[in-house]
Write a protein of this length. Sequence first.
Length: 394
Amino acid sequence: MERRTIEPRPGWQETVEEQGLIYPLTRYPDNSLRPYWDESAYYVFTLPEVEALEEVVEELHRMCLAAAAHIVGTDRLADLGITDPRVARAVTEAWHRRAELPSLYGRFDLRYDGTGPAKLLEYNADTPTSLVEAAAPQWFWMEERFPGADQWNSLHERLVAAWKNQAALLPPGSPLYFAHSSADELGEDLMTVAYLKETAEQAGLDTDWISMEEIGWDRLSGRFVDNRLRFIRSCFKLYPWEWLTTDRFAPHVLDTLDNGGGTGTTLWIEPAWKMLLSNKALLAVLWELYPGHPNLLPAYLDGPRELASTTGWVSKPLLGREGAGVTVHGPGTDPTPRPEPCCHQQLAPLPDFDGNHVVLGTWVVENEAAGLGIRESSGLVTDEYARFLPHVIL
């Protein structure tokens, strides 16, 4: 693994926008605009490195499924903050009927610098983003800048195949809706949903658009409907389950939740059992089940334990996106309890390449490793100001 600098292509901003990346720039607090898509540098991997990482990702995914089974089987959903009995029942039933429910993708964030085992930082299997840039613009960048090279990137083909494989699980006779929140000002969620809708259409599915805010509730029929009062039988939502089960429509969601068939119900993708894999408490459960595993970092729910006096630790809210609420604590720091439930994970500073702190976003589609997206940040926490850089296998 090596970071190399390169001159950006003339007109790169317009190029990546045409390829689906609608926000190539990030606005900073000082109101300046700086590249989010950053092709002034790229990362190089060898094929053995990538093959080894693929094996790690698929093993981690199997371990996470085993941890989810443990959480359900030992009734530990409260450790994830899932204390509403109706939500707990919905998650449990979805887990037991997961073979009947479409489930598409997820993203592991890994610490890796090419010199030791990759370490799991977290797993988002409910609403992962940075998909578009990983699937399309970096592939076209490679074809233009390094023709004949390769890339860890089969995302598009695998997504189309996944929709084809799972088409029979969708309710017949109505389109699959793709929904995002109109509150997303950057357009990241819209961009991601638009791309996934395109892959579903390429798989031959009938699709339609809607925003989460446009979804209505028909009291007469007891159904979710679109803005033309058509029954929404299935919907891919880039909207976290913890919001879906707590906002004003939550009782209707739980009343009409399709966990494997039923008239008058709505099938949501990703399914409710993905709440088990997109919660930072999963990291602590993994460490309990696989202590000392080379691809895991020690993690606890009841405090930093020995990490406070040895390596330091990172406190992560159980739910959150883009580093929100994450705090970094060096060894010897006073482990003052935080008001909200957190997972306390061993501090493993991100690799530093010329002042850039890098995290690997490794993708899983239908249980198989499918690609890589790389983000860099100026600090130790990968936040909303992170940059996306392409990669090649040489």
